[in-house]
Each structure stands twice: as structure tokens, then as C-alpha cells.
Ligand binder design. Sequence first.
Ligand code: WAQ
Ligand code: MG
Length: 248
Amino acid sequence: MDYYSLKMRASQQIGEGDQKREQHISGAERIVSREAVEAVCSAMASRALTHSKGDPDFINIKIEKVCEKDIQILKALPVTRVDVDSWQQGLDEAFELIDKAAELKDFRKKLPELLRETFPMRGAMLYDIATGERLEPDHERGVRATYMDALRSSDVDSQKNHFNEAIVLATKVANAPGMVAELCISDDPEYVTGYVASKELGYVRIMKMKEVGDENGGRIFLFDSRKAKAEECIEYLQKKKVLVDTQL
Ligand code: WAQ
Ligand code: MG
């Protein structure tokens, strides 16, 4: 059977004159059967046009054929959840988990700053815990994990299901060569649940990680250059076709 990859991104021009820049509004990735292509494409357009971050003036939807033999099937990370009383406590829990995964002294002190740097980015920061360097070829954009979907998912929701999409992305990312852990906070203003994920930790949902209404969010992929080459990791994130089995 042939599959098709669909990718959507939507943005808006903001600012005046020299300050003019593209603000990312929405993005989505799917891998679906031929029959689902048109419906998914239309759902993507509708999702971009109704996003809470704003009204996009640029929407790009790219459709590509994918050979079944090039697709890797992964088992979804096991999910646990951490309930917290406040977003401050949630962030604290997340930093604690990341700190342990990175095995670096005082690393958590750096995390708020790193997280802030991800806020304007469309992709994720790829941070090398061995050298303290950022490895994204384009720091403004970051690296994007692409070509992934849930196995057997034929749904064509024009509304985003944050959890379903995040478990797919986190599972792909956790399986990338040299990946140590991921930290994620949505940039959708009304979505306050975030997560920390890795092969060892699984997918740890942290129920509150920011204030309602806050449009800042981002992702940090913690990578260890002693375990793999950065190029290999980026190649996997950006090119490898992955379907995630969430029913195992
Ligand atoms: N690859 C890399 N980074 C990405 C990608 C991608 N494919 N998609 C988004 N990002 C970055 C980008 O900088 C966004 O600003 C940021 O992550 C947040 O993206 O269990 O919805 O799509 O309920 O807003 C977590 C679900 C939802 C938690 C996360 O992120 C749960 C979410 P968003
Ligand atoms: Mg978002």
C-alpha cells in the first residue's frame, strides 16, 4: 500500500518596516492512505484558518508519496502523568526530570534561559549536553521532526488533539540516535499541559506548565554528541518516515 505524507504550516507577517517578521501560527504532519489525502488536506486548511494564535496570511500544504518499505513502525512510549497545583510547580517537576536525564551538574539552572530562547522558534532547539552547544543548522527556525503519524489513524480532525500528536512526535524523537530527553510546552495559549519524554522515562505528562493565555511555548531536544553524530540525529528527525503504534 502506498502512503502519502502531508505537511502543513501557516504563518502571519507581523511588525512594521525593519521589524517585519513571520510569526508561526500552526503546523501539522500526517502520513495517511491515498483515500484519506483529500479529507486530511482540507482538515489541515481549516485547522490553519481557525487557529487561536491568529489569522494566517500564508498557508503551505505539501503532499508527497511515501513507500511503505521506507516506513519504520515504533511502539508508543508508555504514558504517565504528574498532577501539580500550579504551573510553577509543573515547570519545577519538568526541570527536575530533565536535570536527572542529562546527568549534568546544575543543568536545571540553565533550563529557564534555554526555554525562553525557544519561544519564537518554529522547530525545536537541539542542545548538545556534551558541549553545551546548540546544533540546529538554523537557530531561528530550529529542527522540526517530520514524517510521522499514528499507525492506523484515519481520523481527519480539523481540531488539534494535542496529546495524540505529541505522543507520536515524542516517540519518534526519543528514538532518534543520541537523543537523551525532550522537554515540551505548547505555544497554544489555552493549552497548559506539557511533557518530558525519553526512552527511559517514557512520556511524562505534566498537567500544568504555564499560565492559561500565555502564548509562549517551545521544545528542547537534549542530545549527546558522545552517543551519535548530530547529522545522523537531524537526518532521522527530519527524514525518517515513522508510524507510531499507540495501541500496543
Ligand atoms: N518538531 C520540532 N519542534 C516542533 C514541532 C516539530 N514537528 N512542532 C512544534 N514544535 C515546537 C515549536 O517550537 C512549537 O512552538 C512548540 O514546539 C510547541 O508546539 O500530554 O501542542 O504544537 O497533553 O504547540 C503537548 C501535549 C502538546 C501534552 C504540545 O505543542 C499532553 C503542543 P505545539
Ligand atoms: Mg502550537
